[in-house]
Design a protein around this ligand. Sequence first.
Ligand SMILES: [Zn+2]
Length: 280
Amino acid sequence: MPELPEVETVRRTLNDLITGKQIEHVTVRLPRIIQRPDDIQAFAHMLAGHSVETVERRGKFLRFVFDGLVMVSHLRMEGRYGVYREGEPLDKHTHVIFHFTDGTELRYTDVRQFGTMHLFQPGEDLLLKPLNKLGQEPLDADFTLERFKQIVSKRSTKIKPLLLNQEYIVGIGNIYVDESLHRAGIHPEEAANSLSEDHLARLHHAIVATLTEAVNAGGSSVKSYVNGQGESGNYQDQHRIYGRKDQPCATCGTLIEKSVVGGRGTHYCPSCQPVPVQIR
Ligand SMILES: [Zn+2]
């Protein structure tokens, strides 16, 4: 599933490609993608005539801001947006097409069909599902060490599932939580409230640094992720731990292990990330 760096990369590409374009009409080929309003004809009718002002991101969601409407979209497993010229061959998994007045189209393609689109009046979107319960943005200036401690240090849950919980901090998924914990030298099953001051500071830094580097590399292309122009990211080449089971840890040479934490496949170095005392 695309995480913050991948969604941010898609956002930047789309923002460059479609800002200022006006929708002439919308074709919905797979109604289940449209979650709000209930009626796909109403969805298409509402969007017609509106222009794209900007494309924003909240957590792992894209926010398409039109003049007078906001569309919130989640790519889930394998959703993709791409801009095409009218008449270019259509992929059979293209489910929604936004036809612009200049003869180009924004197409949404999704082999797994899990992606979603919600349409709102401006302002409404932040108060209602799916955005209303989202937590702290980790790349915003207000994600300070103090803020991080407020979120983490009173909770007794394991640190990995806590970091994956979008109600606390948004955008970190399985790849970047494994990368950040390895970088900070913290075992994924450590209880959040037992982390030392030093570990909290290291983890805060690791999250920001890892996500920033990944955004700068255009995200990680694992599975089918591409940006809005069909280009792959290359942060997967810089992964220190994710997807590297049985390979030597770049820091210490110990073989990387994989286990299951909170139901998720989890990579860690048994030497750099020692098992915490409370679960030994
Ligand atoms: Zn190591």
